[in-house]
Write a protein that binds this ligand. Structure first.
Ligand code: 5GP
Ligand code: ZN
Length: 114
C-alpha cells in the first residue's frame, strides 16, 4: 500500500528505530512511547485491521504475539509484566490502518484502560 505509513517504514521510505526484522515481521519503537518500552510489531504484508484477517493469517498473528513476548524478554519486562494491544477502528482509537501489536511496559499500567 503506497500511502500506508507502516508500509513506508517497512520499505525504508520513512526511518524508524528497528527492533527486530525477519521475512514476515518488523518491530520498531513507537514514535510517541506510552512507557519505557513501547514497540510496534507489524506484519510486512499490509492488512488494515483485525477485521480483515483470514484463516490463512493465523500463523502470522501468532508470530506477532510471540515476537512481542520475545521482545519483552529482551527488554527485561517479561516477569514484571507488559501489555499487548491491537486497536481496531474508531472506538479503539486506531490511527494507522496497518495492523500493529503494541507492546507497552516498563511501568505499572492501569486497568481498565480509558
Ligand atoms: P494506533 O492508535 O493506530 O493503535 O497506533 C498507532 C501508533 O503509531 C501510535 O502509538 C503512534 O504513536 C505510532 N506512530 C504514528 N506515526 C508513527 C511514525 O511515523 N513512526 C513510528 N515509529 N510510530 C508512529
Ligand atoms: Zn501497510
Amino acid at each position: 500500500m503506497s500511502d500506508c505509513l507502516f508500509c513506508k517504514i517497512i520499505n525504508r521510505e520513512i526511518p524508524a528505530s528497528i527492533v527486530y526484522e525477519d521475512d514476515r515481521v518488523l518491530a520498531f519503537d513507537d514514535i510517541n512511547p506510552q512507557g519505557p518500552a513501547h514497540v510496534l510489531i507489524v506484519p510486512k504484508r499490509h492488512v488494515a485491521t483485525l477485521n480483515d484477517l483470514a484463516q490463512d493469517d493465523d500463523a502470522m498473528v501468532g508470530e506477532l504475539v510471540r515476537r512481542a513476548a520475545a521482545i519483552a524478554k529482551d527488554r527485561g519486562i517479561s516477569a514484571g509484566g507488559f501489555r499487548s494491544v491491537f486497536n481496531t477502528n474508531r472506538d479503539a482509537g486506531q490511527t494507522v490502518f496497518h495492523i500493529h501489536l503494541h507492546l507497552i511496559g516498563g511501568r505499572s499500567l492501569a486497568w481498565p484502560p480509558g
